[in-house]
Ligand binder design. Structure first.
Ligand SMILES: [Zn+2]
Length: 436
């Protein structure tokens, strides 16, 4: 009997201990509860009971139109990834924060005759949208515009959405065309206004290039030097947009200044100009003092050899060169004028060290080379510091035709070195400048 009672008492003790352990387990186990904020933002997995020390992963999945922001505990962010792994240390409530995705409205309209389509009327940020333009017969798609500004010339235009867009396809009658040629590296953006038809052309140079002029290809005249050209459309027109590598600015004061079609001395004007004697000039021609003195020596040496030099042109300022260049362009067309006349800022005459000889019956033609003046200069000018800038057969290098009358003073030492080099003057000066 006594033995049996002892046994029952032991069982009770065991039961009590088990209950205590269970209560302790309940106390120490982690209740992981998950809350979506707001509730419509997404679904969550991983809530439940876990023993302390367990490594668990909870996950948040946003509903369509929502994005996951982060997990928070009592307002503190603990993770910004939708899957969050942590060690259970007790009861915890995790909040998954969601926010609505940015939705952008996409609208396509037409100006002129044609139809437009857009891949979706509402998209989230970053989603690719495709706008398509289809002209009616007799019309052509010109470009997409937005708020009156050019956007793209692609009939099928796609991009990743970063904002709401309201694009308008511009369709113009087939005959509304400008025949465009582009020289150098750049492109032309064409925009139209209709009724009355007016076109605006904008020249956009590539990196490292600059725009320098619109040429009417029928008249070969430079009609505009600004990048934007706008005119009423009155039928076909042939135009050229011209781009060139950005000009290198050089110091016109240097006797070694490279004056070429790739450089500019801007509006440089020398401050030591002197008038040349009327013995061998009109009396109005000017050169920089050093060049004038060298010329005087050369004049007397030639005279001693029985050759009388005569100066027809010397220093020309920026404005005078402008007038001269565009006068030639008017007479012969811009492309022809560029072969024998420099643009302002690019003329060696603007340096105040350059002379055109003449006064012979040949005028300023190749035939001058065979006159006594032409021959004497060719053989002797370098001894006095003068170099023939534009020799025969060098147009590809110098940009100018043979000018046997055009000599530039660079100093006796350099002129001798130049003559021995066999290079054109521009090549020689570039080399010399690089050596510094
Ligand atoms: Zn000249």
């Amino acid at each position: 009997m006594a033995k049996r009672r002892r046994k029952r008492r032991g069982f009770r003790l065991f039961f009590l201990l088990m209950l205590l352990a269970g209560l302790l387990a309940i106390k120490w186990a982690g209740t992981v509860s998950l809350v979506a904020d707001p509730g419509a933002g997404g679904t969550l997995t991983g809530a439940g009971w876990y023993f302390p020390g367990a490594k668990i992963t909870v996950a948040a999945r946003p509903q369509a139109g929502w994005e996951f922001v982060g997990w928070t505990v009592r307002g503190e962010t603990v993770s910004e990834t939708p899957e969050y792994t942590f060690t259970v240390a007790g009861k915890i409530e995790l909040k998954a924060q969601f926010r609505p995705l940015d939705l952008y409205a996409m609208e396509a309209l037409a100006r002129g005759r044609g139809s437009v389509a857009v891949s979706a009327q509402q998209v989230v940020r970053g989603e690719v949208v495709v706008f398509t333009a289809q002209p009616e017969p007799g019309y052509r798609f010109a470009y997409w515009e937005e708020d009156g500004e050019f956007v793209s010339a692609e009939a099928v235009y796609s991009f990743a959405a970063q904002a709401p867009r309201n694009l308008r396809a511009v369709f113009v009658p087939e005959e509304y065309r400008v025949d465009l040629e582009v020289e150098g590296d750049g492109e032309v953006v064409e925009t139209w206004s209709l009724e009355p038809a007016r076109v605006t052309l904008k020249a956009v140079p590539r990196e490292g290039y600059e725009f320098f002029g619109w040429v009417d290809m029928d008249t070969e005249q430079e009609i505009e030097t600004e990048a934007v050209l706008s005119f009423a459309w009155k039928g076909g027109r042939r135009l050229m947009a011209r781009f060139r590598p950005q000009l290198v600015h050089v110091d016109g004061d240097s006797l070694m200044a490279v004056a070429s079609k790739q450089t500019t001395i801007g509006q440089y004007a020398p401050d030591d100009l002197v008038y040349l004697p009327a013995d061998y000039s009109s009396g109005k021609a000017r050169l920089r003092r050093e060049a004038a003195e060298a010329l005087d020596k050369m004049y007397r040496a030639a005279l001693a050899d029985g050759v009388k030099l005569y100066v027809v042109s010397a220093y020309r300022d920026y404005q005078k060169q402008t007038n001269l260049f565009y006068r030639y362009a008017k007479e012969d067309g811009i492309f022809e004028a560029e072969r024998y006349s420099a643009r302002p800022g690019q003329s060696e005459h603007q340096l105040g060290t350059t002379v055109d000889f003449g006064g012979t019956s040949t005028g300023l033609t190749e035939a001058f080379f065979h006159t006594p003046q032409g021959q004497w200069l060719y053989n002797n000018a370098h001894k006095f510091g003068f170099a023939l800038s534009y020799p025969k057969g060098s147009e590809e290098i110098t940009g100018y035709i043979f000018e046997p009358w055009h000599y530039r003073y660079i100093g006796v030492e350099l002129a001798r070195e130049w003559k021995e080099s066999g290079l054109t003057l521009v090549e020689f000066l570039i080399k010399k400048n690089q050596a510094f």
